[in-house]
Design a protein around this ligand. Structure first.
Ligand SMILES: [Zn+2]
Length: 439
């Protein structure tokens, strides 16, 4: 009787990974029913993308779980956390949670977890959402860009955090100042200033810092765990790092687009590179990398937020859908721009994309290559150089600001609980992913 179901041989830094019943049984050799020769490749824990908008149910035509999870798998991903918006209904009560769960169980090729929403209308629904097993609650401090998901005022944020803390859940915020962005936007539109540059100027870094500062204060007052999503600048990360020094339970995420594109890129690329908060200057980006290298950024999530192509076309840049399609390239971008170009250690990349995510969001037995953990793995070829082509995108709408970019470092195979779900450019998944609840 062979010792393992599967043995992966030859990958660095774990040349022998024995897998049984979907779990890593040993990091040593033995006999196995099946072997994968991974000589020349590196192995990382499967990417856990804690920030995607797959928009199902309700806006499946924007992306959907089937295509979104396949794109994730092609990028070395084995689990995603879906945001409460832009599905319709948004995940703000237990029945909308159940609706999304049914869709995901049927269509996802990777494991998944669900975020709940925190909006002024659902404070009395948080308890039930917590019981369903949401990761935590997501709130918008500025306009969400979508009618069915309201932003929170300070009083709602405070009450929501109070309740979340009681339920042992964290709150994630989109931190931009509604007051400042609304004012600057109104001013620009009144003067018919509608270019890319005008949009960038309407969301300066200081308004983001103001909102981060306010969220940290409320988290401190309510003793709520706080996660600031898509921090766009080093200055934002610094603010959060200093709160942590004062023993507040505050963490932050940044996204690949803030690390690999700048203001100049959005001026060049246009709509496909529009997001909020927007891309920043090169010098601000350099500071973000420095903070990331020092370990002050906790997680990197894609904030994959696609839309149909016609929503990306408008003469008025303020009216263009803000959201970047990127879930397929988080790991390849970090391998290329982080590891190859900047010498970032692979273990730091694994922490940012997997281990820290599992730890922060209390995901059991995932995020690490260690005995007893789920065999969720990404095999990568660090030497392989490829140029991203439109045809390679597994999104429903084949658009991304990364098309045409040449990357060094390619995902060769993705393994979910011991089963190959992506291999050599093809999705090979035959089963479906599972809901994972935080512990
Ligand atoms: Zn988002």
């Amino acid at each position: 009787m062979p010792e393992f179901d599967l043995l992966i041989r030859g990958a660095q830094p774990f040349p022998e990974i024995g897998i049984t019943d979907g779990k890593i049984a040993a990091l040593s050799g033995g006999t196995a029913h099946e072997e994968i020769d991974a000589t020349g490749l590196h192995v990382l824990p499967g990417v856990i993308d804690s920030h995607v908008h797959f928009n199902e149910p309700g806006r499946t035509e924007w992306e959907g779980i089937a295509t979104g999870s396949r794109a994730l798998a092609a990028g070395g991903g084995t689990m995603f956390f879906d945001m409460p918006l832009n599905a319709h209904p948004p995940t703000c009560d237990s029945s909308s949670f159940d609706e999304k769960l049914i869709a995901a169980e049927e269509k996802s090729v990777t494991d998944f977890a669900l975020w709940g929403g925190l909006v002024p209308e659902n404070l009395d629904k948080l308890e039930r959402l917590a019981a369903r097993g949401v990761i935590g609650f997501k709130a918008f401090m500025s306009n969400s860009g979508i009618d069915d998901f309201s932003s929170v005022d300070d009083a709602t944020l405070k009450e929501g955090m109070k309740r979340a803390a009681k339920l042992g859940k964290l709150v994630a915020v989109h931190a931009e100042s509604d007051r400042i962005t609304a004012e600057l936007t109104a001013q620009a539109l009144a003067e018919n200033r509608i270019t890319v540059r005008d949009y960038l100027d309407s969301r300066p870094i200081h308004q983001e810092l103001e909102a981060i500062h306010r969220a940290i204060q409320v988290a401190g007052e309510t003793k709520c765990s706080l996660h600031i999503v898509h921090v766009s600048s080093g200055a934002g990360v610094a603010l959060i790092a200093s709160a942590r020094k004062q023993s507040l339970d505050v963490t932050c995420e940044t996204c690949p687009h803030y690390l690999v594109m700048t203001e100049e890129d959005v001026e060049k690329i246009g709509a496909l590179a529009k997001c909020a908060p927007p891309l920043r200057t090169k010098s601000s980006q350099d500071v973000l990398w420095r903070y990331l290298e020092k370990g002050h950024v906790n997680t990197v999530g894609s904030d994959h937020s696609p839309s149909p192509p016609d929503m990306k076309r408008n003469f008025n840049f303020f009216k263009v859908w803000g959201g970047i399609s990127g879930v397929q390239h988080t790991l390849p971008l970090l391998l290329s721009e982080g590891h190859t170009k900047r010498g970032l250690d692979l273990s730091l990349i694994a922490d940012l994309l997997s281990a820290n995510v599992a730890r922060r969001f209390k995901i059991p037995n995932k995020g690490q290559i260690a005995s007893g953990f789920d065999a969720d793995l990404a095999l990568v070829d660090l030497g392989k150089t490829t140029t991203i082509a439109k045809e390679d995108l597994l999104y429903r709408h084949k658009q991304s600001p990364y098309v045409g970019r040449t990357l060094t470092g390619r995902v060769v195979r993705t393994i979910l609980r011991g089963k190959t779900i992506f291999n050599d450019g093809q999705i090979t998944a035959t089963g479906c992913g599972r809901l994972v609840k935080p512990i």
